[in-house]
Structure formats: structure tokens, C-alpha cells
Design a protein around this ligand. Structure first.
Ligand code: ARG
Length: 229
């Protein structure tokens, strides 16, 4: 029997879809960056495990967790009752919500009702994709990643995008999304959690580490690094 040491710290495979600025993005040289990446690395440091990030399309993340091909996923994933049927989530770590984005010159889409019968782009498998199913007569286009559905909006192929407000506002503010504006209020109130397989032995570790980062100021530092600049 050998007691575990830091040297042979556990290696956790963590899935992410790095097309979601500023939560997870990949630089030209392939480096992962973002709020979620910093948070996961900080959790690993506190809990003394190592992280091996694996890029996965957002739409494949839940099945990868269910099949235990990965130990966890961090990707701005909203905790929903539907998802809780098949996977588990950590305590919430970020308050979020959906919003409508349109081209800057659009004047007629300003709320849920004005989306009726409109062409709308969403990310496959996202809460935005679920939400737009409730809009009467909407024509939905689905895309694998954020850059693609915003491109479709800029091209004029669709009238609106429904996606996570915080991420969209951040991209607009930082000049990454020219010609697009966010309209109206949040359509939903959502909370992001770190996802794991249902009976994961790591969930409690992750939750304890999250609690420590929230109380020792590290969470705040990471938040300020990405959002208060
Ligand atoms: N919060 C939304 C959801 O859970 C979208 C998250 C998209 N994240 C990403 N990395 N592409 O469905």
C-alpha cells in the first residue's frame, strides 16, 4: 500500500468547446484560455489533481460524460432539469441567461413576441436551441459554434441569434463582433455548472475546491481578470 503523493496526482480529462469567448477560447497557437479554463486550473490546484483538457463540440459533451469518456466538462454549461437526468453538476459558479442578438440596423426585433416567424440561428444542443423551439413559426438554423451562427446573422441569412447574453455582450464590447447588438432583457435566468458523469467520485472534490476559491478570493480574481478589465 502506497499513500498517494502529489507526484502521482490524479489526471482528470476535462472536455471543453473553446468557441465561447471569454469562457473558453483557443489562441492561434492552440493554447486554451478563458474564465472557465482559469477556474478549472484553480480547482485542480486546490484539489491537487491535474487537468487534461480535451476539445469536444458542445453537442457531444453530454454523451461523452454519460459514456464516461471524460471525467468532467467545463464549457459555460447551463444546469437544467433535463440535463440533470443524465449527468451531474457542481454547485453553480456563474449566473447567466439567454438574450436576442440582431444586426445593428434591425429595428423590429425587440422581444420574445417579435421573434415569431423569424429566422433564428442557435448553437446545436444549447439552451438557446431549446428555447427557440417555443417560438411560434420560427425558422431555426443550427450551428456547431458561436462564430458560425454570428457569421450567419451578419450575412443576413438569419434575423436573430438566441444565445448566452454575457458571452455575446463580451464579444461585442471587445470588438470581436462588429455590427451586432443585443436587444431587450434576458430571456432566461441560467446558472453554469461543471458537469460530471452521474456517480462521479470527483464531484465532491470539485465542489469543495469551488467553495474554497469562492471564499479565499481566487474566484473573484479570475472574475475580475475576465470581466472587469
Ligand atoms: N449555456 C449554454 C448551454 O448550456 C451554451 C453554452 C455554450 N458553451 C460553449 N462552450 N460553446 O447550453
Amino acid at each position: 500500500f502506497y499513500p498517494s503523493t502529489k507526484q502521482d496526482a490524479k489526471l482528470l480529462k476535462v472536455a471543453t468547446d473553446p468557441t465561447f469567448i471569454p469562457f473558453e477560447i483557443q489562441t492561434a497557437s492552440g493554447k486554451l484560455e478563458g474564465f472557465d479554463i482559469d477556474l478549472m486550473n484553480a480547482i485542480a490546484q486546490v484539489a491537487e489533481f491535474k487537468v487534461d483538457f480535451e476539445n469536444l463540440p458542445f453537442d457531444g459533451m453530454i454523451s461523452a460524460l454519460q459514456a464516461k469518456r471524460v471525467d468532467a466538462a467545463i464549457s459555460g454549461i447551463t444546469i437544467t432539469p433535463q440535463r440533470l437526468k443524465t449527468i451531474a453538476f457542481s454547485r453553480p459558479y456563474f449566473k447567466a441567461g439567454l438574450a436576442i442578438a440582431v444586426r445593428q440596423d434591425n429595428q423590429n426585433i425587440r422581444d420574445f413576441n417579435s421573434l415569431q416567424g423569424k429566422k433564428i440561428a442557435v448553437q446545436i444542443g444549447s439552451t438557446g436551441a431549446d428555447f427557440v423551439k417555443t417560438i411560434p413559426n420560427a425558422k431555426i438554423s443550427t450551428f456547431n459554434s458561436g462564430p458560425e451562427f454570428f457569421q450567419d446573422l451578419l450575412n443576413g441569412n438569419v434575423d436573430a441569434v438566441v444565445s448566452d447574453a454575457f458571452a455575446t455582450l463580451y464579444a461585442i464590447k471587445n470588438g470581436k463582433l462588429k455590427g451586432i447588438k443585443v436587444v431587450a432583457d434576458l430571456l432566461t435566468e441560467e446558472y453554469y455548472g461543471i458537469a460530471t458523469p452521474k456517480d462521479s467520485p470527483h464531484l465532491e472534490t470539485i465542489n469543495k475546491a469551488l467553495a474554497a476559491l469562492l471564499s479565499n478570493g481566487t474566484y473573484k480574481q479570475i472574475y475580475q481578470k475576465w470581466f472587469d478589465a
